[in-house]
Design a protein around this ligand. Sequence first.
Ligand SMILES: *Cc1c(COP(=O)(O)O)cnc(C)c1O
Length: 400
Amino acid sequence: MDYQKFFADNLSDIRQSGDYRIFADLEREAGAFPKAVFREGGQQAPVTVWCSNDYLGQGQNPDVIAAMHEALDACGAGAGGTRNISGTNHYHVLLEQELAKLHQREAALIFTSGYVANMTALSTLGRRLPGCLIYSDAWNHNSMIEGIRHSNADKRVFKHNDPADLERLISQDDPDAPKIVVFESVYSMDGDIAPIAEILDICEKYNALSYLDEVHAVGMYGPTGAGVAERDGVMDRVSIMQGTLAKGFGVVGGYIAASADLIDYIRSFGNGFIFTTSMPPAVAAGALASIRYVTGAQHLRDRHQERARTLIAKLKAAGIPVMPTVCHIVPVLVGDPILCKQASDALMDRHSIYVQPINYPTVPRGTERLRLTPTPLHTDEMMDDLVTALVDVWGDLALK
Ligand SMILES: *Cc1c(COP(=O)(O)O)cnc(C)c1O
């Protein structure tokens, strides 16, 4: 086999379909977010970032940066091992306590990323619970899909955000089989939110564990930023809460929070937890400082929502096709992969605005879009510039 030709041909296919991904070379500027420096072909230019998942700008919060400096100077660069072999630092312990408190759970467990948290928790539970059946929302994130796949458990996919379809499936299965219902609160590509209480009703009726990914909600929803389940007053009914330290909290890492025994179980049997070096102490310290800050920062959550609503109103007034959204994520429909890439390029080249095109397989073909994430730090002026730029690009490319 000609391996190199195989790789090159496959890459050429995705280039032609418009699905080839190009990463923008950015240098974020602490203190100036959402501004960054963009580099290309030996040139550099300032840009305004409109697609960051640092939803609250916590990546530049002075408390977070100071905590990271302090831990870095005190403990050094790396953790020094896996959690079991000399790699449990005091900051890890404090961070897990803080997360358990945030979600009002007996315990929490941290992972190197939210992806690894989903992969590990779901593959471990699905593999080890005898005859386990997993019910997965059709739009679940790849990290959950892969976790379920690696568990080798039987999977049933229910229609997106459709409790009736979930019940239709779950009611046909053996009432005594162990079951896990896996879903998200905020779905980040469309900006819709799960009917959490109704899904939990079904979990309770059929004695299933509930596994809720609140990656796009932690820090941002609920009176203490614990997520949509907290906002809806149902957090205590969720068996396993999962989140990230990378998005609303602005650092990196992932976690689950649950009963003490369930957490101890994943700690004891989860390969993606056991066989990898733990996160650097400075990262744990930064995440800890961020959670402590965000928990009390209702003004940040209020401003975040207000910014999203203001942007939606401005886009609608200018005739830009905003997709329906009930959260802080503002998707704008393009509906074609090549045009989506061209729109993104034109925004960057002509207007110094960076919005990554979102194409297949992240979203279904024909729904390619620009996904805007206004943060508390995006000003009215930045929004007006964005709207003007979008109107220009829409006219130029004759988009709908
Ligand atoms: C980003 C994301 C993850 C992964 O979290 P990371 O901390 O970035 O690895 C998990 N679930 C969902 C829904 C996500 O969007």
